[in-house]
Each structure stands twice: as structure tokens, then as C-alpha cells.
Design a protein around this ligand. Sequence first.
Ligand SMILES: [Fe+2]
Length: 476
Amino acid sequence: MSTPPPWTLRRTPLDWVSDDPHLSGAFAPVGPEIDAEDLEVVAGRIPPALRGTYMRNGPNPEFKPISYTYPFDGDGMIHAVRFEDGRARYRNRFVRTRALTVERRAGRAVYGGIMHPVPVDPTLVGEDGQKGPYKIGAYINVLRHAGQILALNEASPAYAMTAELETLGEWCPGTEQPISIGAHNRRHPRTGSLFGISYAVTMPLVDVHEIGADGRRLRSFPVPLAAPSMIHDFVLTERHLVLLVGPAIFDAAAAAEGKPFLQWRPEIGTRIGVVPLDGGAVRWMQIEPFFVFHFANGFERGGEIVLDYVRHAALSLGPTSGPRVPPRLHRLVLDLAGGPVRDAALVEFGAEFPRVNDLRETQPTRFVYLPTRSASLAQRDLPTGSFNTLVKVDCETGATWRHDFGNRVIGEAVFIPDGGEAEDAGYLATYAFEGASGRSDLVLLHASDLAAEPAAVIRMPQRVPQGLHGNWIPAA
Ligand SMILES: [Fe+2]
């Protein structure tokens, strides 16, 4: 039987299973691409004033992977819930990357993963495919800039999508060729420019891009590094871009010997780079080794740069190499006059995927929202980094508030502003998955009163696998 053309909507479940904890249970990918109107609200009510779409991306391999390391491999799938007039509708679509096009033609996985690249037969790649040897998906994040929906991977081209989730192709922000960009990007508070970074896996540098508010690239410049390093996120303030470069090093020589391409080298330490946006020299500071995937926010205040981030004692990869110290929310303060770096844990529990009210990004924030795990999560075979409790942290006082979802798995919570003045005026949206029933709900919590009953619990028409990042996209 011939393979259907790549633009056909996938209507059937996936025909494979895996023992990998990141490809089964709450994480198991889904196959069907569906539309559903008027989703059932099983508790509370959808705020009638809410107008916009919560989009979330995540790794959702269509074909059983040859090599899979969460969260570095996979095909992108965007789940979108659109709110209007107190009702919600749902649509999910694969991001049709060059790599997925090749695999659909082949009817199977042909690429390796980031940890174990596999050369791909050039006759399978063709004119429109991605060469390999590892798959470049677009599964980490989704955002809108200058009216354009972008599905993002890292250190590779983003994919432009329509608001209806049709894939348009690799994103060219006024450029002749696609640019490589990361998954996490930040908007300048005054100009509305989108700043992004893209590291090189074979060269010791990271490129910084500034995309204007009109969607056209304004400038790109390289920042030299000590070694080819993985940098997943960064912080932007009005005057600076700040990099925390942990010793997660791409080692081509090691890969040639069959060892993992990405290596943890604590002897190198972590370096902080303060990049002036006016083109001045980059200032570097050396501190003890640790790794950062995600910043909640960063801002300048009184001659200091404040970074709220989740600190990992080391980079750990895959389900069996869990960290000995769980990742914790920290606040790091840089003295721009050259004083010592100050860093302290804000909370004692393990957590990840920190978010703030995005309207306050790059400005001082006190509230961070992030998922953690409580004892009431009893689903079997959940990998490290599975969460069931959303916590709000006041970074000024250390106060915390919790919403425990019991035996349900949750992910990142995205802030949806409700138009109020206060920093916490709005809702937090996250998917909650119940293993026993196999059901997913989209839950809207009150950000100002996290422990209260949810504002709305919306039953999803199909399971929504654990994913990575999303954003609230207000109605235009
Ligand atoms: Fe991320």
C-alpha cells in the first residue's frame, strides 16, 4: 500500500507502543488530528470575557523512534484550545517538518536521535527532506510574533504555521533563508522586538537574533563561547541579554567513538555572560557548575540583574539518569558594578517549567508559577520530572500557595491575563491527565487564589500527552 501524501490529516491512532516511560502512559504520543466544537465543561465555567487560544507544543513522534531521549527528540504536535463567548473548541495538528515529510514517505522512522545520530539514505531525503543524521522536529514551543504562529525547536529553523495550524514551512523573518533559532525567545519591553538565540553544535558560539515587531530580522551577531554548548533559554532585560552557559558540551570526537554527542563536563564550570544590547563587550563571570533549562524571568533593578530560574545540579538525560538533587527554583543576582554573584534557593521542593505573567516579562516580577510533585501522585511508571501540583511562589517573601491535582499528571501552566491590574490577575492553564480513565482535562485555575476550586475544568475530546511549552495567544 502506498504511503498517503504528507498533507493528509492523520485520522487513526498510532500503530506502535514503547516501554520508554517518556513514550508511554501520560507521555504516549497520539495519532489522530481532530477538531472538536463546544468542549464539555465538567466543573466551573469558562470566563465569558476570555478570547484567545492556548496553544501547547510537545514531542509526539508519529513513527516508533530508532533512538529517543526526552526532551530532545520527536515530532511536534500542537494542541490548541480556543476560547470565545464562554465556549471552547479544540484542534490538534502535527507540525509537518522536512523530517516528518521524509518519514511519512518512508512509512517509518529513519532518523536517529540527538544522543545517537543515524545517517539517513539520501534517496529517502530527496529535494524537500532534512538530511539528518538526527531528526530536527519542531516540538518544544509555540508562540506568535508579528501575527505569525511559530513552532520552535532549538538551534534550528522554526516552522511558520497558520492560526488554523496548517504548516507553511521554515520561517524566514524577512530573510532569504530560514534562520536557526531556539525554543525560548523573549520580547524587548520597549521595542517589541523578539530576541532569540541559536547555539552551534560544532562551533563554540551562540548567535543572537533580534526580530523586529514587524516580523523582519533587524540584526544577528555571534557571542563566542569556551566550547560548543547547549543553551536552552536566556534572559532579556531592557539593556542586556544574559546567558547562563552550563558545561553541557557537544563533543563530536566522543560521538565518533560511539559515545553520547552531548556530554556533562563539570570541570568546565558554569559561565554567566552579560551581553549589552547596545553592542558593548560581553562580560563573563565564572561560577560553580550547574545547568539551567528554564528561566522564569529576569529583570534589572538598582544596578543589579535578577534571574529567577530552575537550577539543576547537573544535566541529566533520559528516564534512568534522574538527578540526585531535584531541580529547584533559585534567584541569582548579578551586580553590574562587578560585585560577587549571589544565588540562593527560593524553595526546597523539586520543580520545573517556571512561568510568570508574560505581560511582566523583562520587568520586575514577584510571582512564579511552576509544577512540582506531591505524595498524592500514585500513577505507576511515571518518569522523573512528573508533576501533579501547581505552586505559586512569592519570590520576595518565599510564601507559597498550592493546587494539588491528586493522582493526575500536570505540566507547565501558562498565564492567561484577565485584564486586571495586579500581577496575578488572570488564570493558569494546564492539562491534567488521569491514568485510570485515560482522560485529559484542561484546567483553568485562579492565579490570585491558587488553592480555590478551578475557574473551569474542560474535558478534552482525546488524551493530550504530556508536552513541553505553550503560550496564550490573545484573539487578534
Ligand atoms: Fe524549554
